[in-house]
Design a protein. Structure first.
Length: 259
């Protein structure tokens, strides 16, 4: 009987070890698939990622080559692309009701701000996250509205520090055929997200981050479009003035010749 119990204990321990190893070795693929599945559900646009690395023991993770597509009706290549991102979390919180993430940093993202007569792409993306936008046809269908039970069961999180550093903004407007003007914007730093109460959901986190990005991009984009408009008007005025001077000069020349 004792031998049987020992064997059972050994088998259980082996199964636990195998399970842990499986999680460690295959978690990267699970997280990558999760991003490419949940991402389109939240944003209603295609979301792809090149690679994901997660270290359970180190409480850290990194993502490379994350690309968030554009809503329908916009011509720029995408809305946001991130070369690399990193995060650090409290390991002990993983199994709790609220996961505590100490820091998230998005490094040198490329953000496209495209303004049309009907709005801009980032605001449309934010509308999608809020649930008021039109679902874009994509490989992953949009999820049905969550019931109170599923909303309550959704994992909550706390993000102490969210930093977007070295961002490059590309501004485009209707009539530019998707071409964009590069503009520099300051780093965006959000703190104490979800620290009060039960925390925030992934969708709520995305909403807050997108809102901050859209506000910075809209301000910078408006200045670029305004200055570009002034330059166009200035060039047109110069051309008109130049043509007028030329006509006046030709007229005066003709009168002198007649005399």
């Amino acid at each position: 009987m004792k031998k049987l119990i020992r064997r059972i204990i050994i088998i259980v321990l082996l199964l636990v070890i195998v399970a842990v190893l499986a999680v460690i070795f295959f978690l990267d693929g699970i997280v990558k698939k999760g991003i490419e599945t949940v991402g389109p559900t939240v944003t209603k646009v295609p979301v792809t990622v090149d690679s994901v690395h997660v270290s359970i023991l180190g409480g850290s993770g990194s993502v490379k080559g994350l690309v968030v597509g554009n809503p329908d009706g916009f011509q720029t290549p995408h809305s946001i692309s991130i070369g690399s991102a990193s995060l650090a979390l409290k390991i002990g919180s993983v199994l709790s009701d609220k996961v505590v993430i100490k820091s998230i940093e998005l490094k040198q993202p490329e953000i496209y701000f495209e303004q049309t007569l009907h709005g801009n792409n980032l605001l449309s993306l934010l509308d999608n996250v809020n649930g008021s936008g039109t679902t874009q046809s994509s490989p992953t269908p949009a999820a049905a509205p969550a019931t109170p039970a599923t909303a309550k069961a959704e994992k909550k999180m706390e993000v102490d520090d969210f930093l977007i550093s070295g961002a490059k903004l590309y501004v485009s407007a209707q009539g530019m055929s998707g071409n964009a003007i590069p503009v520099s914007i300051p780093d965006i730093n959000l703190t104490n997200l979800g620290t009060s109460g039960d925390g925030i959901t992934a969708g709520e986190l995305v909403k807050q981050v997108l809102t901050a990005i859209e506000q910075e991009a809209a301000q910078a984009g408006a200045n670029v479009i305004k200055n570009a408009g002034k330059e166009i008007l200035s060039n047109e005025a110069s051309n008109v003035l130049g043509n007028a001077k030329s006509k006046i000069s030709d007229g005066i020349g003709g009168l002198l010749k007649k005399k």
